[in-house]
Design a protein around this ligand. Structure first.
Ligand code: ZN
Length: 462
């Protein structure tokens, strides 16, 4: 084979991509992978000996704030990362693509919100990105709006069954999900039953047990199981594929397993919180820092989720990055119903999963790549452009040092959240270099990215 010359060569690393692991060079030209293996030289070369070469992470579930959103609620705190600091956190943790939940503000349609966020994210993002329109109303025009958004490259729809306005059974909700299915858009569903949450929350407050420490009781497993059953039923009714976000419990996973066994297109995401922590954390004085919805569960749930990762019953691990400052999380005026939900997890998602999953032998390296990159790329219409190390794929690479050990310290990480729920954990396995579309954006730990370098990813309807 004649020696080819490329823009960039990554030499000597162990390339891990679905179904294959081998020591091979990667030649990159024009931002894409042009050759894997064989003789090659590059204008720029990276020595990857001793490193794993992984597809850059695809995190299909984040909450980043754009300038308009940041100004929309002047009297309340909001998530603290924008597309720039979110990109920095992503890159530091090996992630090269993120997908944001796009909420309509008062008076906006989904289409307005997407147009606004398209313009504002483009100026700030340094990783590639796409948007999930969040269902903002139900009316005569909703189905056509969902179809038009999908045709414009936004082929997904986020639905919160936990929101009383969109509770299962609300007239028009099934029509919206059916429209998404017809348009080739995947419906992402937050599965907690709105009515059951309302009851559990009221009951806690009225019995004088409304402290944030009781947050897990405000959102019981039964409400999640009910929501999952509703989502599956809506999928069965409409024929639309359903993607269940941040699944947290063994019982809910069991319902998904049954639905999949029956042949329904039901996909399952979980998030790091449920893999690494249990509700025992709520006995700590600063319990509010662990609040996310659904709440932390029991050890048996945690075990079931790890089993689901290993077997493939769970498709993706996404961060649900929703960062707050510690002071905002610990605000003493909040209770078990009003507690601020979400944590920063973009930078820690892949290292924690590698350390607790691959390094411990709970999941294989292949599975790690599927869970953090390949499966999300497939589900959201980006494979094999993203999620693979193959000729023609975007050159999105995390050059992973499996032996690097660091102690988590959220105050020193890239997110503007000044803490991590894993502060003090010793984590083994971090990216040393990160390449996004052929550009080195992390070099020996130093970020070289600039705002606006990230590209929006058009998703063709599936
Ligand atoms: Zn979320």
């Amino acid at each position: 084979m004649a020696e080819e010359r490329f823009d960039l060569v990554v030499r000597g690393g162990t390339v891990v991509t679905p179904g294959r692991q081998e020591v091979a060079g990667i030649g990159v030209s024009g931002g894409r992978i042009a050759q894997v293996g064989g003789p090659m030289t590059g204008d720029e070369e990276i020595d990857a000996r001793g490193l794993l070469v992984l597809p850059g992470g695809v995190d299909a579930h984040v909450h980043l704030v754009t300038p308009t959103l940041a100004k929309a609620f002047p009297d309340e705190p909001i998530w603290v990362d924008d597309f720039w600091t979110g990109s920095l956190a992503a890159i530091a943790g090996g992630i090269t693509t993120v997908a944001n939940m796009t909420f309509a503000l008062d008076g906006e349609t989904m289409t307005d919100a997407v147009a606004r966020e398209m313009a504002e994210a483009a100026a700030e993002a340094a990783v590639d990105w796409f948007l999930h329109p969040v269902l903002a109303g139900l009316g005569d025009g909703t189905a056509a709006e969902i179809a038009a958004l999908a045709a414009d490259g936004h082929a997904s729809l986020k639905v919160f069954l936990s929101n009383p306005d969109f509770a299962a059974g609300t007239p028009g909700l099934a029509d919206a999900i059916a429209a998404a299915g017809r348009a080739g858009a995947l419906t992402l569903v937050h599965c907690e039953d709105a009515g059951m949450l309302a009851h559990a929350g009221h009951a806690l407050i009225e019995s004088g047990r409304g402290a944030v420490a009781n947050f897990p009781e405000a959102r019981p497993v039964s409400a999640e199981v009910e929501g999952v059953e509703q989502a599956i039923a809506l999928g069965r009714l409409t024929g639309a594929p359903i993607y269940i976000v941040h699944l947290s419990s063994a019982a809910a996973l069991d319902r998904c397993r049954q639905a999949r066994a029956a042949g329904l297109p039901v996909y399952v995401e979980t998030r790091p919180l449920y893999l690494h922590l249990t509700r025992d954390r709520f006995a700590e004085p600063d319990a509010a820092k662990y609040v996310g919805a659904p709440p932390l569960r029991e050890q048996a749930d945690r075990d079931a989720l790890w089993h689901g990762l290993a077997t493939g019953e769970i498709d993706t691990v996404c961060s649900d990055h929703a960062p707050w400052t510690l002071a905002d999380k610990l605000d003493p005026d909040l209770n078990a119903v009003t507690a601020r939900q979400g944590v920063a997890d973009l930078e820690t998602l892949m290292p924690m999963l590698y350390s607790e999953g691959v390094a411990t032998g709970r999941i294989t390296l292949d599975r790690f790549v599927e869970l953090t990159s390949t499966n999300a790329a497939r589900r959201f219409g980006l494979y094999p452009r993203k999620g693979a190390i193959a000729v023609g794929s975007d050159a999105d690479l995390a050059l992973w040092d499996p032996d690097e050990r660091r102690t988590i310290d959220g105050a020193r990480m890239q997110s503007r959240a000044d803490y991590s729920p894993y502060d003090g954990w010793i984590v083994r396995g971090w990216p040393r270099h990160v390449i996004r579309r052929g550009q080195v954006v992390l070099s020996d730990g130093a970020c070289l990215a600039r705002p606006g370098q990230g590209q929006w990813l058009r998703r063709n309807p599936g």
